[in-house]
Design a protein. Sequence first.
Length: 510
Amino acid sequence: MPTPPAKSISQDKINALQLHVSQMWQMLTRSTRDALEAARDSKLETPEGERWPLYISAGERVKMVRERLRRTMDAAAFRRLDIRTLTGAPEQITEHGLVYLPGRYVVPGGRFNEMYGWDSYFIAQGLLCEGRTGLAESIASLQLYQVKHYGTVLNSNRTYCLQRSHPPFLGRLVLSVFEQNGDIDWLGEALPLVERYHAYWSSLPQFVPGLELSRYHALGDGPAPEALHGEVDAEGRDHYQRLAGWLQAHVDDHPELAAFIDRATGSLTLAAYKDDRTVRESGFDLTWRFGPCGMGIRDFAPVCLNTLLWQMEKDIAEIRRRLGATPPTIERWEGLARERAKRMSEHFWDQKHGLFFDWQLSTQRRRVYPYATTFWPLWAGWATEEQAARVVRNLPLFETEHGLLTSTKSTGCQWDAPFMWAPLVLMAVQGMDRYGFHEDATRVAQRFLATLSAEFERTGQLFEKYNAVTGSAEVAGDITFGYPTNEPGFGWTNAAVCILTQCGMGDCRR
């Protein structure tokens, strides 16, 4: 049955959303001046009265950074910080804390009081739409700083995330900012760091030789520290206890799960913790797309990650073009993108279903799991016209009267049905619009904005995610794994409002 027409939203309601977002940016902005506020982390259990750790890269001039903090911060706040230097391996850190960044950035909101990798891309796009170029440039510069000092764009600037990255939007981010600031020197300084970040994803263990595509693969072992305290349910069970219970109950019927649970003790295995860290690196924490709660994610070359790496290769070629590089060096990156597009089409495109799926390494087959990342090849532009048309023909699998489902399967994970997330909606809308499906793009955008507006009138907030079936921001009852809360704020939802109401369907680069 076709979904009913999208409800129109009055200009007054759009204005109310825009005003709220404009006011929220300042509330979500952090800098060295508010380092204590940024250091506070509700996801960790810190005794009352204890100082909050702030870690500085060993490659920094630590004494100068300490002095800068002392001068810019309130004296009482400065005394509440425990400033340390990052030395040794990340896994040796026993007291986790904030990782120092020398500038302004925007946090998502709620329990997420730190800078996140792919969140920051969308946040910066929203800021650029509002003309807040300086803050967007600072965010891009801090991601480049992370590559220089910490080896990658971090999942977030906390020490427990030093061994995992996030979906790689860095090339897009840099070029989007450059389109606004026109600073060719800044662009030139950014180039080697963007290329270094590409190398991170093109090296083992992320790179899959033979397939010549990449996968998510976080480093480090054992449970993610933030999950032990920050993802506890009403019965006092943390995420890992809930996951272990589910695996133990289902392993007899699903032998492939044996790698993740010790049946004798009921404990999770090292492989389970590694995959849990990896699914957090993917940004899709948590989903059944790669297996229960992501158990099995390292066995997949995902369409989302490789689409972003194709985009990064195109972006590096464009940055080199803007910098006047020689044609052979530009062509090298264009060639890498062409080769990746060919491999992606061969492995990810499913002609029978008319959707893009992830490629499973162990089975050498696509896993048929309809997911909103099927729109990402349209967003980037590497899909053929025929592929794009087939994907849009399957839009009814995902579209509801309230927006766009993340997947077609309800699993108890927040990155599956019935939930809806701003970045996935935005990329689907932009992808459909890019290939000329303007009516479909407009309708989905209107449904999404109408849902946001209705819940904003009810609660006075914009949230991290929504239920695409009910149109509600009340989601706790449908979430079994991970954290059951719905965070207010919220960075990328704010950005989607800016982009869809001020910049049209395209982001600020198009």
